[in-house]
Ligand binder design. Structure first.
Ligand SMILES: *Cc1c(COP(=O)(O)O)cnc(C)c1O
Length: 725
């Protein structure tokens, strides 16, 4: 006994005790709330900026790795002590169960005993938790944060990928290479979930004929708890340990078994946690197997599958996120059979053929693959797309499942995506909002009246000054990144040093950062290289371009696009004015969306379901230059940004073989005739008055509509509490 105590004490001692003046940082570091709180990230950064960058903004590691001398210096700095205390008080107030929240009135019938269960294959909470690849994950992260801010009872379920998503490095010839790190669970603010007896909680599944054990981790995202399933346990077969290895890195079979763990394991986990959700939200089809598991609970209790399915349908809602075929998971019937084995269908009271039919548009068509989208569409009472256009496109795409309805009558609606303002708005702009909209601006994001009045009070000088400062920061960031990328490539010191004077803070800066996928049309801007050259290489009115984005590891075509871009950049005239920042992630996104003048978006219509990066830009005063697809037709009003091309879609007008040429022509014309002249039209004090007026229009018209508080409120009212039960 004596010995045990000593060992325990020794273990505790290896956990570093912080000086008591700033020991609140320990508790704060365990909840990602700090990442969107006012002065949250900056308090952690200021503890030790060098370590902060070295640990890639991981607050847990920062507290462990900050040298003692620095730690004590900050712990005796009255200003810093005051900031830590203020942050801790804000957190306490935020987490207070008696705090006044929107959901207390706005979604009263959703109770904590019966929360929304939100399932997703990826979550983009913060760059220190690399469990996301792009827009879907970011959207899920923003959904959790707004649910937390609004006090909406919600628990989330996902997977803990031990190798996360890949890190991107471009070779000198521009070819993308993928690198997978390994996350260290001790480094992250995640805690193993225990049962009441204090032993780690486990759920078990039968996959490929083998028992697979899963443990679960909990991440606190403000008031919301995110549970992450994990198969990396010694008891498991080595192959099964890798089920939760990589996000989107494996083959079809890996994807199928991952989705079994997410859907089936996720339901079993909620049961063990004694959580009885009011509604299950399938955020994208990846988690659709959960509907089978809910049905199985009923069939093993004696119900018929038909009755069970009806009941399940009453409790599940589905959000589809893309009209692109590759975004809809499909599996060979033999693969489904292999992964599930015969037992699962049996326990549902179904034959294997009947089970397979659930994932097909045409029952009985043995050539058809098993699709998770058809499964979700059949097993959920509500389906929505993520913008008005995407709703219509999805009705068209899936109307076959409702043969008695026309496309217009197909029961698929939409909730347009929004983004979490406190996560995406730069501190300098936050300050302006606090001053002119009000200190509670982030609780009043949807109040259009307040934004119109408040934005009017922001002077041109203030807004332009804040934006210019942010652009200076962006240029410094680009130089820093580029310098290190060149050193990494073993380039000459002369060439590496040249990065330190690249780019101009005062030049018109256009950002283009997104996944490298064919429909996003990365090469559209290069359609006419000479015309583009005249634009960027202009002596008085230069234009500079910032690119960032990852290609899917298996998408060779996308990697070629990246390589072409790298080749184009080799032209010395281009090199001064265009840069590609490697390894696009949340932090790089933040740097870009907070600082660019213009955000370019040129997807092939109607394939951009929503897009959210342009919404982040608008919140920071940047202007959108975008094809009228996704969210933009709902936001654009002729005064708050620009449209590329018309509103017609390929789907509506048949094939449009010259679509690229027409859109490129429109893009160049808008740039030459409107964007560049407006930006460089300065008054005697150097302020582009017409431009700043557009920035204000953009903020006041777009922030109230495209923030994630509006989105989550709409989900609560229209989808979670929707009447059609
Ligand atoms: C916002 C965001 C996205 C989504 O942007 P799109 O407009 O959908 O292309 C993708 N990746 C990161 C890192 C983001 O922050």
């Amino acid at each position: 006994m004596q010995i045990m105590n000593e060992i325990e004490e020794a273990e505790v001692a290896t956990v570093r005790a912080l000086p008591e003046t700033i020991d609140a940082l320990e508790q704060l570091s365990w909840n990602y709330w700090w990442s969107w709180a006012a002065d949250g990230a900056s308090v952690f950064r200021d503890l030790d900026p060098e370590v902060w960058d070295g640990v890639e903004h991981n607050a847990r590691r920062l507290l462990r790795e900050t040298p003692e001398f620095r730690m004590t210096r900050m712990a005796t700095d009255p200003t810093f002590i005051g900031r830590v205390r203020k942050l801790a008080e804000d957190f306490k107030r935020y987490m207070d169960p008696a705090a006044k929240v929107w959901a207390a009135d706005g979604a009263r019938s959703l109770m904590h005993a019966n929360p929304v269960a939100y399932f997703c294959a990826e979550f983009g909470i913060h760059q220190s938790l690399p469990l996301y690849s792009g827009g879907l994950g970011m959207l899920a992260g923003d959904h959790l944060k707004s649910a937390s801010d609004l006090g909406l009872p919600l628990v989330a379920v996902g997977l803990l990928y031990h190798h996360g998503y890949f890190r991107q490095r471009l070779r000198r010839d521009g070819w993308q290479e993928e690198h997978y790190g390994k996350i260290d669970t001790d480094d992250l603010p995640i805690q193993l979930v225990h049962d009441e007896a204090g032993t780690p909680l486990r759920v078990e599944l039968l996959i490929r004929g083998r028992g697979v054990e899963c443990q679960a981790w909990r991440v606190d995202v403000g008031r919301v708890k995110l549970y992450l399933l994990d198969t990396n346990l010694e008891e498991n077969h080595p192959i099964d340990r890798l089920i939760t290895g990589h996000l989107y890195g494996g083959d079809r079979e890996t994807r199928c078994v991952q989705e079994m763990v997410l859907g089936i394991g996720g339901i079993r986990l909620l049961r063990k946690l004694d959580i009885e959700p009011h509604v299950f939200h399938l955020n994208e089809g990846h988690s659709a197997f959960l509907t089978l598991e809910l049905a199985r609970e009923l069939t093993i209790a004696g119900q018929s599958f038909a009755d069970a399915a009806r009941e399940v349908r009453g409790r599940c809602v589905f959000t589809t996120h893309t009209p692109v075929a590759a975004g809809h998971d499909e599996f060979l019937p033999s693969l489904v059979e292999h992964c599930f084995g015969p037992e699962y269908a049996e326990s549902l009271g179904l034959t294997l053929a009947e089970l397979l039919d659930l994932g097909r548009v045409a029952a009985g068509d043995e050539a058809e693959l098993f699709g998770l989208t058809p499964l979700a569409l059949k097993m959920c009472r509500s389906t929505n797309g993520v913008s008005r256009i995407h709703g219509a496109v999805s009705r068209e795409l899936w109307k076959v499942l409702w043969p008695e309805s026309t496309a217009a009558e197909t029961p698929i609606t939409h909730v347009t995506n929004g983004v979490h303002a406190p996560t995406w708005v730069a501190p300098l702009i936050r300050e302006l909002y606090a001053k002119h909209i009000g200190p509670d601006w982030c609780e009043q994001e949807c109040d259009a009246r307040r934004w119109t009045d408040g934005v009017e009070r922001i002077t041109d000088e203030e807004l332009w000054r804040a934006h210019r400062l942010l652009k200076q920061r962006l240029v410094a960031f680009i130089r820093h990144r580029l310098y290190h990328a060149r050193v990494m490539h073993g380039e000459s010191m002369l060439y590496a040093e040249a990065a330190r004077t690249m780019f101009e803070p005062e030049a018109l800066t256009i950002g283009f950062a997104r996944r490298v996928a064919a429909y996003k049309r990365w090469s559209l801007i290069l359609h006419d290289p000479e015309r583009l050259m005249r634009l960027i290489d202009h002596a008085e009115r230069p234009v500079q371009l910032v690119f960032a984005g990852k290609a899917h590891p298996q998408d060779q075509g996308a990697k070629q696009i990246l390589q072409q871009l790298a080749q184009w950049k080799l032209d010395p005239r281009v090199m001064r004015r265009a840069v590609f920042i490697q390894d696009y992630d949340q932090e790089i996104a933040r740097q870009l969306v907070q600082s660019v003048d213009v955000w370019l978006n040129v997807p092939r219509r109607p394939l951009e379901a929503s897009g959210t990066s342009g919404e982040k830009v608008a919140m920071n005063g940047g202007l959108n230059l975008s094809v009228l697809d996704g969210w933009w037709p709902e936001g654009y009003d002729g005064t708050n940004g620009w449209a590329v091309g018309g509103a017609e879609t390929a789907a509506a007008s048949g094939a449009m073989p010259d679509e690229d040429a027409r859109d490129a022509e429109s893009l160049y014309r808008v740039l030459e005739d409107e964007v560049v002249p407006t930006f460089y039209d300065r008054d005697a004090t150097g302020i582009p008055r017409r431009w700043v007026a557009m920035m204000k229009r953009s903020i006041e018209t777009l922030v109230p509509a495209f923030n994630s508080d509006r989105m989550v409120q709409e989900y609560a009212r229209k989808i979670y509490l929707g009447e059609s039960k």
